[in-house]
Design a binder for this molecule. Structure first.
Ligand code: FPP
Length: 244
């Protein structure tokens, strides 16, 4: 059977920053009688497709939730497997990412990773820092609450005075300092939870939840999400233009 191709025009107001909770790798693997890590590998392959589609659609920032502070609670084999996948991805893809104009950022705590992986992450960030076609921000050992705790500690260490604390200052103390807030958060596999992801930054993001499992979330699915975003009326607590 021929694959169904959908030809749809790309909307004008594409989200500048998309953040994705890549959920459902385990279920994808289970449905096929495969180990969970096979699901994470399929999810990693899919990430390549989604990065390409983001560049095609003109998305400038993509943040992916790849390993949360809570994921350490998974079986050792899965945790080690995920760390290994990250290392492999850096080794195999970093030069192409650099050439394709992708800037890599990391958010989360690096100090709990093994020194070799930590160095690789830091080096990838360093060698791609001048790229500006797409910023790919990898949330690895990331938790939104942990990020806020780190920011408070740092503000106190820096002797910040209470009267000087405002929204912008807090944003600048987060791991995401310098990145625009996400315009849309996508969660695959149907769960309706924020799961400690960008809890400060996503306060006015548009949500898009799909039942599609992450390894199956392809270009067409991303386009559907972008079309849904383009039809939203973002009011930020105010009234819509037509009510003014
Ligand atoms: C959630 O699905 C997925 C994860 C916790 C890991 C996502 C990681 C990758 C796709 C690896 C690639 C990323 C990089 C940056 C190399 P789940 O395991 O919770 O699925 P389930 O809910 O179906 O069990």
């Amino acid at each position: 059977m021929m694959a169904k191709t959908i030809s749809v025009t790309i909307p004008k107001n594409v989200p500048n920053h998309i953040a994705i909770i890549m959920d459902g790798n385990g279920r994808w693997a289970k449905k096929r009688g495969l180990p969970r890590l096979a699901g994470h590998r399929a999810g990693t392959e899919n990430l390549r497709r989604v990065i390409r589609a983001c560049v095609e659609f003109g998305v400038k920032f993509l943040t992916i939730y790849a390993f949360s502070t809570e994921n350490w609670g998974r079986p050792t084999e899965e945790v080690e497997g995920l760390m290994h996948i990250l290392e492999e991805v850096i080794d195999k893809e970093i030069h192409e990412l650099k050439q394709e104009g992708v800037q890599l950022r990391h958010i989360g705590r690096l100090e709990q990773l093994n020194p070799q992986l930590r160095e690789k992450v830091l080096r990838s960030v360093e060698i791609t820092k001048d790229n500006d076609r797409l910023t790919l921000c990898i949330a690895w050992n990331y938790g939104g609450r942990d990020e806020i705790v780190c920011a408070i500690r740092k503000m106190i260490e820096d002797g910040v005075q209470p009267k000087d604390i405002n929204d912008d200052m807090v944003s600048n103390y987060l791991f995401t300092a310098g990145l625009p807030d996400p315009d849309m958060v996508i969660r695959t596999s149907g769960e309706m939870r924020i799961s400690n992801f960008l809890i400060w930054q996503a306060s006015y993001a548009e949500w898009y939840v799909t039942n599609t499992l992450w390894p199956d979330f392809d270009r067409e699915e991303l386009l559907k999400a972008i079309i849904s975003f383009s039809e939203r009326d973002r009011r930020y607590g105010r009234l819509s233009n037509c009510n003014e």
